[in-house]
Design a protein around this ligand. Structure first.
Ligand code: MD3
Ligand code: FE
Length: 231
């Protein structure tokens, strides 16, 4: 078993990705870094995911205006339910959610540094919640904004497993203009600045597209770290 400090140390960083999968700023503050996590890091995170889904608050489909989402979500640090964050999962079993792990704070800071090439970009960043989404091959996420957080600090997104089509929209409404981007296993996306309030969604998952060795047999995991701005 590798030590977590070494797993996420600089010498485990992967390269810039294959041609056609290049680092790109889609819009001010929206930076895509393909293949940011190594397969070993992905497998280790999937191992953590297996612990998270079992509880104290099991993974569940959140209900939005009476309808269950097709995506299932388990939270760390703070529990999200539309349209609020609480320490206890009052819509599930009333249990307190797991603590936000220190390694994920460090990984979030590293993501800000490496998406900006500013070595101090992560210094003031302390994410305190993560929404961990699981998509089976039929799951989707409709166009929405993330505005339940009081803070407008960046969101850090990590994808593992099957690739998907991510729709990145504008800040005005859920319609065009938007851009469709393929998100694959190991990809990092950071959404800060003016992109923090952009509409976005997942229009489809590509079954069977996960790379061998990522640790996930089927479906897709997405982790989004955020700063709630709550005490
Ligand atoms: C842009 N998750 O959990 S990650 C969500 O793949 C969510 O599970 C999607 O949208 C997923 O709310 C998309 C990319 C993402 C996440 C948060 C954002 C893009 C964002 C917040 C602001 C702007
Ligand atoms: Fe979102």
């Amino acid at each position: 078993m590798i030590a977590v400090s070494r797993l996420f140390s600089d010498d485990f960083l992967s390269s810039d990705g294959a041609p056609g999968r290049l680092r790109r700023e889609l819009a001010p503050g929206a930076v895509h870094l393909p293949d940011w996590l190594t397969l070993e890091q992905q497998r280790w995170i999937v191992g953590q995911f297996h612990n998270w889904v079992a509880g104290p608050v099991p993974i569940r489909a959140a209900k939005v205006r009476g309808h269950e989402m097709s995506v299932r979500t388990v939270c760390l640090g703070w529990h999200w339910q539309p349209y609020t964050y609480t320490r206890e999962a009052t819509d599930v079993n009333g249990n307190r959610v797991l603590d936000f792990p220190d390694w994920m704070v460090r990984l979030g800071r590293k993501a800000l540094v490496e998406s900006s090439d500013d070595s101090s970009a992560g210094d003031d960043y302390t994410p305190d919640t993560a929404l961990v989404n699981y998509y089976d091959e039929t799951a989707r996420m409709g166009m929405h904004q993330d505005r339940d957080e009081r803070s407008r600090a960046p969101v850090v997104s990590l994808s593992i497993g099957d690739s998907c089509v991510f729709r990145f929209g504008n800040t005005e409404n859920r319609n065009r203009p938007y851009e469709d981007v393929e998100l694959a296993s190991g990809d990092l996306f950071v959404f800060g600045g003016p992109s923090r309030l952009a509409y976005h969604g997942i229009t489809r998952v590509h079954p069977g597209s996960a790379p061998d060795g990522c640790g996930l047999g089927a479906g897709r995991i997405n982790i989004t770290m955020r700063v709630t701005g709550l005490g």
